[in-house]
Each structure stands twice: as structure tokens, then as C-alpha cells.
Design a binder for this molecule. Structure first.
Ligand code: PLP
Length: 422
């Protein structure tokens, strides 16, 4: 314990099992005291400029008063009631609003409390869709190298099996069909062959336009158009996992909208509540919903998490959608894209850099060689910024409301990191 550590820290750290963390060797996490705007205030009073908005959630910045007011109002009125046999205003309003803004005829919204579960629900929907419609067992999925869809068993199985975080579990997971994204005609032809060769595929799942946790790898709209055409030709469902890309991150409300391609099922999470409460959603098209809509109770979607449609989460998500309507969020993302291009683009000339990628409010610098990720994270913190590289990608995915000065501090830190790696 140092002189300024809070009194809850030492004992808590013995018991708090932290995410993706080797508890024996990992550096101590930084105790925090507060958040505001794009900054995290540490217990010792230091402030860090946050480059990644708490795992990409806090898109309006931290502590936006409209979100906090909505949360306080909902908590004082009714924190939550279960959706089995009951319903409440915030879930109804949010479902209708998401249906109205989601692309195509994605009109039917199932709520859960984490992105992984939203993807699980999408996968269950796809399997049960075929069961309900034709009686077939189609229990497998086609997924892509570089993909990440969550940490539960089913979602781990559709992550990249080699480079992903879950190789350790490979033997324990259902085996899926792993393909390359159809970024060109040759890859499209390979995927076409794969889809034609297997009649056990319920759906293809993809992170549209940006594979986030896999290292901010980007592809174009044509890739998604090819994918849509291949799924239609093979008659399989297409799931867009927009848990990272949803709510403006790529420059449009959804990557599907930006690309002009509508999936059959879309998953949402993270920025849905602007980072204030855990909530996720699986949004299905009419085609999918109709396979469940029947006089036969056995065709109902067999899923029901305790906290589905959590009233606090839904209230904050409604307030977040209000902010997208009331404040110029997408224009801010457009400005952020320009600023990120201007700041990170020139780094492509460095021998330490293999690639620079920018889309909407995401900017990534891929290094030419691996580096000591922990050491770089610590170095960023010393410089007053919170940036956590993924593999060889040093990336920024800040709040859309970040001010010019804080953005400049992040960009400077990335540029200095690149210089250090030269
Ligand atoms: N899908 C994508 C594309 C994600 O980026 C993530 C999380 O990073 C998930 C699913 C899992 O979401 P959660 O961590 O909320 O379970």
C-alpha cells in the first residue's frame, strides 16, 4: 500500500478476480475515484485522458447529466420488474425506438444484459429458426478469422480459433466453419464453396466493417454486400454483431446502415446505454420473427434471462437515444474521423508501423513488430492517457464528445509510442 492508496484496495485486490488477468503477475490495477467527460480520475487525484471509453461504451463521455437524470428518475420510480408476465414503459419504448432506427425490417427486439448473451440469443434464434421452420437441425455457424463475439461457450466457438483469446478452450467448444472474410472474389468463391458443402449451417456471423477485439481490422461495404449475396444464395441467415460498431462508432448509427446491407439478425450492446448500465439487445427481422410466431407454444423463443429488459438499463438507453437525436453526435464522429486521419495518417511513414486504419471514431496503428503490451500500457499511464493496445494494434476509440485538447493528448501519446518502437 502506498500512502495514497484507498483503504479498500489491498484486501479487495486479494478477492477481486479480474478479467483477462493473470492474478499472480499482472500489474496492480489503478484505483479510480471518479469519471468526468473523457477523463478518469484516479484515487490519488491524477487524471487520465481515456482513449477507449471504458471498453467502447461511454460514447457521450462520462457522467452525461441527461443519462444520470434518467437513471435517477427510473431508480426512484421502479428499478426493475421482471418481463415474465409483466412489462414496463422503458422496455416498450426502447424496443419500438430500436425497431424504428434499425436497418431493413429488423423490428423485433430481445433484451439481455451483456453482449455475449445477445450473441448467444442470436445463435439460439438462428438454430431454432430452422427447427421451427423446417424441422432441420442446423446447429453450426460460419464465422471469420479475426472475429470476436464474446466469452460464453457458444460465442467463444465463433471467435477466431487461433489468434483469438479462446484457443485454450478449443477442445471444449462446438466446432464451427471458419472462413476468411470475402474481401475479394477469390475469398468469396471459397466461402461460397464452404456454404454449399455443408447443410448444417444455421447462420453466418460477422462484425460488420470493423473486427474490434481482433485488432480493429477493417473491411469495406463491398465485402458485406458479397456476404449478403452469398447467404441469400445458400439460404442461410446473416447475423451482424454490432456490439462494437453500433450507435455511431463507424460514422452511421449502425455499420449495416453505413454499408447499405441489412442482416437477418443484429446484436447490440456496449454503447446502447452510453456506458451507464449493462444492457444488450438482439434484433431480428420479420423473416426470423415469423418462424417463431405461431399457435404452437413449442415454437416460442426459448430464452429468458432474469434481467431481460432491465428497467434502469432501458431508461438510460432511451435517454442515450434522445442524446443522439438532440446533440450532434454523428457530426462529432465525422469530425473525429477527420482528426484521427490527420493525426494518425502520417504515422504510416514510420518503419515501426505496418498499417494505419481509421473509420468513424476508431483509429488504429498496427505496428510492424510485436511489442511488450504491458510495458506500453504502463508508459501511456505515466503520460496521463489510458490506451490499451490489442495485439499489435495501438488504437483509439474515445467518447464522441472528446475535446480537441484531450484528443490531441491521445494522438501525441500514440505518435510518441510509435517513435519509441522505431
Ligand atoms: N461482440 C463484440 C463484437 C464485442 O466487441 C464484444 C465485446 O467486446 C462482445 C460481443 C461481447 O460483449 P460483452 O463483453 O458485453 O459480453
Amino acid at each position: 500500500m502506498t500512502h495514497c492508496d484507498p483503504d479498500w484496495l489491498d484486501e479487495g485486490l486479494v478477492h477481486l478476480w479480474r478479467p483477462y488477468t493473470q492474478m499472480k503477475t499482472a500489474p496492480r490495477p489503478l484505483p479510480t475515484r471518479a469519471t468526468r467527460g473523457s477523463r478518469i480520475v484516479l484515487a490519488d487525484g491524477r487524471e487520465l485522458v481515456d482513449g477507449i471509453a471504458s471498453w467502447w461504451t461511454a460514447v457521450h463521455g462520462y457522467n452525461h447529466p441527461a443519462l444520470l437524470d434518467a437513471a435517477a428518475r427510473q431508480l426512484s420510480q421502479m428499478p426493475h420488474v421482471m418481463l415474465g408476465g409483466l412489462v414496463h414503459e422503458q422496455a416498450c419504448r426502447l424496443a419500438a425506438r430500436l425497431a424504428a432506427i434499425a436497418p431493413g425490417d429488423l423490428d423485433y427486439v430481445f433484451f439481455s444484459e451483456s453482449g455475449s448473451v445477445a450473441v448467444e440469443v442470436a445463435m439460439k434464434m438462428a438454430v431454432q429458426y430452422w427447427r421451427n421452420l423446417t424441422g432441420e437441425t442446423r446447429a453450426r455457424f460460419a464465422c471469420f478469422r479475426g472475429g470476436y463475439h464474446g466469452d460464453t461457450f457458444a460465442t467463444m466457438s465463433v471467435c477466431d480459433p487461433e489468434e483469438g483469446m479462446h484457443a485454450l478452450f478449443a477442445d471444449a467448444l462446438p466446432v464451427q466453419h471458419v472462413a476468411d472474410l470475402p474481401t475479394d472474389e477469390a475469398a468469396a468463391a471459397r466461402l461460397e464453396t464452404l456454404l454449399a458443402a455443408h447443410d448444417d449451417i444455421a447462420a453466418v456471423i460477422v462484425e460488420p466493417l470493423v473486427q474490434g477485439a481482433g485488432g480493429m481490422r477493417m473491411h469495406d461495404a463491398a465485402t458485406l454486400r458479397r456476404l449478403r449475396a452469398l447467404c441469400d444464395a445458400a439460404g442461410v441467415l446473416l447475423i451482424f454483431d454490432e456490439i462494437f460498431t453500433g450507435f455511431g462508432r463507424t460514422g452511421a448509427m449502425f455499420a449495416a446502415e453505413k454499408a447499405g446491407v441489412a442482416p437477418d439478425v443484429m446484436t447490440l450492446g456496449k454503447a446502447l446505454t452510453g456506458g451507464v448500465a449493462p444492457l444488450a439487445a438482439t434484433v431480428a427481422s420479420r423473416r426470423v420473427f415469423e418462424a417463431f410466431y405461431d399457435d404452437d407454444p413449442g415454437k416460442a423463443l426459448m430464452h429468458g434471462p432474469t434481467y431481460t429488459g432491465h428497467a434502469l438499463g432501458c431508461a438510460v438507453a432511451n435517454a442515450s437515444l434522445d442524446l443522439f437525436e438532440r446533440e450532434p453526435r454523428l457530426a462529432q464522429v465525422e469530425a473525429l474521423e477527420k482528426a484521427l486521419r490527420a493525426a494518425l495518417g502520417p504515422l504510416a511513414a514510420s518503419p515501426a508501423v505496418a498499417d494505419v486504419r481509421v473509420l468513424g471514431a476508431v483509429g488504429a496503428v498496427e505496428t510492424a513488430r510485436p511489442f511488450d503490451v504491458e510495458a506500453l500500457r504502463a508508459w501511456f499511464i505515466e503520460r496521463g492517457v489510458f490506451i490499451r493496445p490489442l495485439g499489435q494494434a495501438i488504437y483509439l476509440a474515445p467518447a464522441y464528445t472528446i475535446g480537441a485538447e484531450d484528443l490531441a493528448a491521445l494522438a501525441r501519446a500514440v505518435a510518441d509510442a510509435v517513435e519509441r518502437l522505431e
